[in-house]
Design a binder for this molecule. Sequence first.
Ligand code: TYD
Ligand code: MG
Length: 462
Amino acid sequence: MAKPKRRFVCSSCGSVTNRWQGQCVDCGEWNTLTEEAPATVFSAKHDLSSGGRAISFEPLDMPGKALVRRSTGIDEFDRALGGGLVPGSAILMGGDPGIGKSTLLLQASAKVAQAGGLAVYISGEEATGQIRLRAERLGVAAAPIKLAASTSVRDILTTLGDMDAPALLVIDSIQCMHSDQIEGAPGTVSQVRGCAFELIRYAKENGTALVLVGHVTKDGSIAGPRVLEHMVDVVMAFEGERSHQYRILRNLKNRFGPVDEIGVFAMEGHGLAEVGNPSLLFLSGRENTIAGSAVFPAMEGTRPVLVEIQALIVRLQSGATPRRAVVGWDNGRLAMLLAVLEARCGLNFSSAEVYLNVAGGYRLADPAADLAVAAALVSALAEKPLPREAVWFGEVSLAGEIRPVAHAGLRLRESAKLGFAHAFGPEDKALSGKNGAVKEAGGRHTSVQLLPNLVDRILGGE
Ligand code: TYD
Ligand code: MG
């Protein structure tokens, strides 16, 4: 018989190789490859005599049970979930340590319990005493949550098997769970995957909404095998700067709804408070207009959020390599915009350091930010403040054209409502015409088709 092949699995990305190496060739992490038992492959005939069973096919439009969602009792959480918890679904929640995952889930469990649902909160990281202290601080200590500290999936599932199925089951966190029926130390790929599989199976069979808390690696992806993201129905990321108050709950994958909705929270002395109307949140503290600052009406799902983009250009005297640093936006995208500004608009950034910051600890994912970033950069370079009541949006192409973006009307309406009556952006049918958004909002829209025109305008001091 052939010798079974050895198999090494990366604990960071889950890729498989047949040779041990110090560094994973797929994700570049060091010392993450561990040996696993080889997968057994049966080759068999596939027919009814060898034990296979026929499955039945169903029409797509068969009347089924309507999807009934259960509210978490926290509107912003429900919104990010696409309307609430779906019974029998599995949710993976990632986020940096200390961002507030445990706090949010404890608050949600308390709300579910107070609304008469059975909520089970299992912590593998903190002792029950610690959680009780936090619950007191959050003012939810009286909520009838079933709380336990355990890291054994076998114990957890045995206990759950003996009681009514909970409406909400929180496992904080999946990385510290282990099962003695699975090989490997806690935290290894096979353990994390196996434990998640068992818990998800329980949730599906019992109609329980399961939330797994996941750790996050340096680059922001959920630690452990990527397969975890494939196994669950919903992947959420809780993000924000720890030094800032605001937290954003993003939906990265959702089998039951849209992915672009966000929930906005503020971390306060007594836990996470909901921010129902975040449109002006990230602009606060903007007093005088200074050069290098542009306001961008971002869209988060169906909600507009106005954010301030700040650019700083420092001319270098020596021949040192200039730095480019970005907080809250994509590095590669900044490099691209600088290249377009150089190649198409004749500006020179090559001997200058460029710093870009999105105010308030906000992270921009909206591609329409290009134009606002370009405006901030040009304004910083020319040391000319932009018009005070202006907002900027549009995608910039490599040729320097400004492309239309989604929800132009909504962006404009919200900006005008908040006192930013002049929008610079691509031409858009939704804005002009008899009932266009511009008329309706009482704002002004200057359509710009080419980046060089806009640059001339800013440099000309308009
Ligand atoms: P936590 O929920 O433990 O984060 P995670 O589970 O994501 O690691 O959040 C801990 C942080 O939140 C901690 O730094 C203190 C802060 N915090 C408050 O500011 N107010 C509060 O009421 C609570 C409970 C925590
Ligand atoms: Mg925690």
